[in-house]
Write a protein that binds this ligand. Structure first.
Ligand code: ATP
Ligand code: MG
Length: 328
């Protein structure tokens, strides 16, 4: 997995391995160091290595990939330098996404905290006219505290998903009817509040799955929560469960506000919330779907979204199962 290039002091490529060839887009007729863009960027460390016989190392971003580039000097009459290129894009990207995550998380935590401390100060200084105004302020504080709680819960579940999976019991029995009953109970109140009808459509089957049942609950709950949240009153939401071959297919269809096509991948990113116009009026942390996606990736399933603005959205989830038990 490392590219190796042997260079002579007159900057000719004497030898090159196949991985380095692919990085350079190597052409057998061009053996000169300066024929290659990436090598030109490494001119400095190669020069120093030849002049001072000193091993050097730098990181380089080239054509959207990251490389660790090191030189190794071969001393002798005809001094030579070996240039080693290691593709460190994966680790680098993970590192960047971790940093982004921490800074996003801090930002998201800071906003409610600022609001809470601001209003608490107002209250402590008795800067309100009457009890009505005081309760109005307290209501804002309470809302922000709830937002913080949800944020922290979501952040914790994101960071513990992998650990829990490793520790979890690997084979679990899933009974569709019990599972649906639990979902119905959980969402009864939320749906009633907006007079949304939840239509469950499934066959009563049982099966073994290779991940905790709670995960499926978390996955469907997040999508169902969105379906209700991003629909107007008096609509319906259809939940269909089906098994084809060794895959459990769950489709959740709403007739709500819809998602722009350009957002189809972004909605799975951490903290991403759709159009500002509705994200300021509808509450959320922007973490729900990123938790869903993370779990689905771990269980080696798939999630797809189809949607049209003002017509509605359908999320389709595919998760592998290991065995189906027929129940009549
Ligand atoms: P929470 O963390 O509370 O779930 P959220 O619902 O905003 O917050 P996600 O569930 O990750 O976060 O969803 C990301 C964004 O995708 C939402 O802000 C919304 O813009 C869009 N979205 C998701 N589901 C739907 C849907 N069924 N209809 C319309 N937009 C949706
Ligand atoms: Mg959500």
């Amino acid at each position: 997995s490392e590219g190796l290039i042997l260079l002579s002091s007159d900057k000719l490529i004497i030898d090159i391995n196949s991985f380095a060839k692919s990085i350079l887009n190597f052409n057998n007729n061009s053996l000169f160091f300066y024929d290659y863009k990436i090598l030109k960027e490494l001119e400095e460390i190669v020069e120093v290595s030849f002049n001072q016989m000193k091993n050097m190392s730098v990181e380089l971003e080239f054509e959207k990939r990251f490389y660790k580039c090191s030189t190794f000097c071969v001393e002798g009459n005809n001094s030579r330098v070996i240039l080693m290129l290691e593709d460190i894009s994966k680790a680098k990207k993970l590192d960047i996404s971790k940093k982004e995550f921490v800074s996003n998380a801090s930002h998201e935590l800071k906003t409610p905290l600022t609001i809470i401390s601001g209003f608490l100060e107002t209250i402590m200084l008795k800067n309100y006219n009457d009890e009505k105004q005081l309760f109005y302020y307290l209501d804002i504080v309470q809302n922000e505290v709830n937002r913080l709680k949800k944020l922290v819960t979501n952040l914790l579940s994101l960071s513990t998903i992998e650990n829990n999976y490793m520790k979890s019991n690997k084979i679990n029995l899933l009974k569709i009817d019990e599972f649906i009953l639990k979902l119905e109970r959980t969402f009864e109140f939320l749906a009633q509040e907006k007079n949304i009808k939840l239509n469950f459509n499934y066959k009563n089957e049982s099966m073994y799955i290779l991940f905790p049942k709670e995960w499926l609950e978390i996955i469907i709950s997040n999508i169902l929560d969105n379906a209700i949240k991003y629909s107007a009153k008096n609509k319906s939401v259809n939940i269909n469960l089906d098994i084809i071959h060794n895959t459990l297919i769950i489709e959740i269809q709403d007739f709500g506000i819809g998602i722009e096509e350009e957002d189809f991948t972004k909605i799975f990113e951490r903290f991403y919330r759709g159009d500002k116009s509705h994200s300021s009026t509808i509450e959320g942390t922007g973490l729900g779907l990123s938790i869903v996606k993370h779990m689905i990736d771990i269980v080696e399933g798939e999630i797809m979204v189809r949607s049209k603005i003002d017509e509605g959205t359908t999320f389709s989830i595919y998760v592998p199962i290991i065995e189906i038990l027929k129940v009549d």
